[in-house]
Write a protein that binds this ligand. Sequence first.
Ligand code: UDX
Length: 485
Amino acid sequence: MANTITPHVLLFPMPAQGHLLPMTKLADLLSHAGLYVTFLATEGVYQRCFLRDDDDRGDQPRFRFRTVPDGLPRESSRPFVDTLDGLLGVVGHARGPYRELLASSRGGGGGGGGEGELWPPVTCVVADGFLPFALDVPVEMGIPVMVLRTSSPCSVWAYCCIPELIKRGEVASPDEPNLDESIQGVAGMEGFLRRRDLPGFVRKAQSADDPGLQFFATCSANLTRARALILNTFEALDSPVISRLRDVCPDVYGLGPLHLLGRNVCSTPSGGDSGKLWREDRTCMAWLDRQPDRSVVYVSFGSITVISREELLEFWHGLIGSGKRFLWVVRSDLVAETSADEKTETPLELEEGTRERGCLVGWAPQEEVLAHRSIGCFLTHSGWNSTLEGVVAGVPMVCWPFLGDQYTNSRFVSEVWRNGLDMKDAGGRDVVERMVKAAMDGEGADELRRSASKLAEEARESAEEGGSSYLDYQRLVQQIKSLSS
Ligand code: UDX
């Protein structure tokens, strides 16, 4: 009879908001299934996101946090990674301690507990797909690794096609590329994908040895070394892409929308600051309560986007010109450092147009906001979490992608799922005004709303008992358990 060791999963997210949140939901789901869970966070992220009174995960007997250094100054205002160089800096500090933690766990130390607990050795690692070293280290030590890719499956597949795109001469050219040209080489997307819609690092690369291109090619190659690929999506939304990815990594699990599955399985509330880098300003909920049904444009550009003051004003004028009410998340670091002249300009919240019809907050309870009856459309940067949250809420989107997978996501919103409009690469006030009006009550608005409602229904079904994501969750737990026997 085979010896069975208690299953113990270590999850290691990339220190960035859009990666932390889905990894946190996955950790909760695995903990709920009775597995031992170690959540490995970088020090700055742990302090800012999890060392909080309202986070009781650390008090649960089979859930614990561990940290690795990030090399950032203590109490850094930006304890997260938003560039490739930043990521490489963190790797330099975290790799050694990560290896030591795993070695101590395998050597009977339970992973550096130090509190006298008897934790079983780590039997499986779930590594963020953007942290190649988080996979390399356990693979070298013979510990099974699964990969969570938190960005969209359509982008994961596009990254897998980088060698083919280079071979065909579609990308990595020093010449000024024609962004409107159709792209061949991303199988299954030939009909509608333009160069403009490729993930940021791919469309911008000027040579095959571009560091961004190389990084994403490595992340894709790593999928062949993983025991499984976990995606934040569901079959009804992404089945063609999931099938393609099964050729790369045979065990693919679609567990999305993770925030919905988490809510159903673990009864986790949708709000709260746990896992968030900024504190929610809930005053906007009372403001929303005072607005008519489907009258408000919710505007949020996620956690990484940085725009100029000029761009900010173009969006503001577009919103004012549309005549619609708006709730806008203006993060404290949304606008790039401004010049002395700009600093003396009237803040947007004091402008008459804002006071009449708008509400500005630094960070919103986004899932709750999107579910509010007053929201008519979502002007979004098309980050994958935001896109899924918009899908779950059944709200049409106007997409203004800023980086990475967002360029591909917005194309899927407008051309495949048809639950929104894509204003990619155009951000002037006239375009903002036109797109917002079109999504709220233009000619095609009813159709957008119908598609959005259908997707919301499919998302709901997938995360219910017996739905595709629910079943994949159960299958994943079984596979993790089987790895420890
Ligand atoms: C990044 C990339 O931009 C994205 O494309 C990739 O898929 C993941 O990493 P980010 O910019 O953080 O993500 O956007 P997104 O993926 O949408 O995640 C933002 C998260 O912050 C969402 O879960 C959203 O609900 C939350 N949020 C955002 C808030 O809770 N409040 C806010 O005010 C704004």
